[in-house]
Design a protein around this ligand. Structure first.
Ligand code: NAD
Length: 310
């Protein structure tokens, strides 16, 4: 497979822009491709904001940050894929959109170029159905915000070769991430866990057990601290398997097992309240509260990452 110098990212949204910033930090030339010029402009602003935080937190110097920004270019032209050494796609999470994109892009890139999708949980095997030379295609699932969070799930679909999965894993290691290999099950591992938590949180609010603010506090001041440094199986070992087995024996039957989105999530989403990206979600993000929240998150995550990994 080809040596990777130039990485083209499709979709310059929340994920694509931050992934681009990460690759650029480690010396890769990055091209961000999007069909909407406004998305490219927004990506530039987001990367600049992220860089400000990284400089103020002492993660990079001003000079390093300036050099990083120069390694990123922005385009609306598919031509960019012709010279890519690696392609990662972060377009809308819809199978038809991903299919339309890959059908065209996979025929433009060189045949020795590894291709990856950042899908949150769509089937890699299914996306691969339209891809030219599908054995070089796999999942590279980054976690938001990608320039801070270390985990990357590497997903091997039915046709993904060991070599292609290896290239994705090695690239993750080169940008100082923690890759884990996961099977191509819906939601992979992370989103199965995350959505199981979200479903129970919605249920707790829906049935009046606790308010949304109280649920957020339970995570932030209780479980969050624990899970920042220990996995659930390690937590069980420390608490005692007898204790957890006993709790599971009366609690599992009472936990939510709804099959469709419901409660506050479904209500807000149907009203177009999508969160920081458009000013309102579960909380209000008008009048600059959106940027303040992103900055708060990045500062806190960066501090935590320093404690945990350095
Ligand atoms: N947001 C998250 O927390 C998160 C985490 C991990 C993975 N993901 C996955 O990453 C992908 C992108 O998510 P996001 O949150 O960045 O979405 P987003 O809506 O912020 O960005 C998607 C971008 O793709 C662009 N786009 C749409 N169709 C396109 C096309 N045909 N060609 C090029 N660009 C196109 C849009 O203009 C937009 O800028 C999705 O598959 C999503 O499931 C998201």
């Amino acid at each position: 497979m080809r040596e990777i110098k130039k990485i083209v990212i499709a979709g310059a949204g929340t994920m694509g822009s931050s992934m681009g910033q990460t690759f650029a930090k480690f010396g890769y030339d990055v091209v961000l491709y999007d069909i909407f010029p406004a998305a490219l402009e927004k990506a530039k602003n987001l990367i600049t904001l992220n860089q400000k935080t990284e400089v103020s937190e002492g993660i990079v110097t001003q000079a390093e940050s300036d050099a990083l920004l120069k390694r990123i270019s922005y385009t609306g032209e598919m031509e960019a894929f012709k010279t890519a050494d690696f392609v990662v796609e972060a377009v809308l999470e819809k199978m038809d959109v991903k299919h339309k994109f890959w059908e065209e892009a996979s025929r433009l890139v060189g045949e020795d170029v590894v291709l990856a999708s950042n899908t949150s949980g769509l089937s890699i095997t299914k996306i691969a159905e339209v891809i030219h030379k599908p054995e070089r295609f796999g999942g590279m699932h980054w976690i938001n915000p990608p320039h801070i969070i270390r985990l990357i799930e590497v997903i091997q679909g039915e046709k993904t070769s060991d070599e292609a999965a290896g290239v994705i894993r090695d690239l993750a290691l080169k940008v100082e991430k923690k890759p884990v290999i996961v099977k191509d099950a819906p939601g992979f591992a992370l989103n199965r866990i995350q959505l199981a938590i979200l479903r129970e949180c919605l249920h707790i609010v829906d049935t009046g057990i606790a308010s949304p603010e109280a649920v957020d506090d339970v995570m932030k001041y209780g479980l969050g601290l624990r899970y920042a440094c220990l996995g659930p199986f390690e937590v069980c070992d420390l608490g005692g398997l007898d204790i957890f087995n006993n709790i599971a024996s009366y609690l599992f039957a009472d936990l939510c097992d709804k099959k469709e989105p419901f409660g506050m999530l479904a209500d807000r989403a149907s009203k177009g309240q999508f969160g920081v990206k458009n000013g309102a979600g579960f909380y209000d993000y008008s009048d600059g509260k959106d940027e303040a929240k992103i900055q708060y998150r990045d500062e806190m995550f960066t501090k935590l990452a320093k404690c945990l990994y350095e």
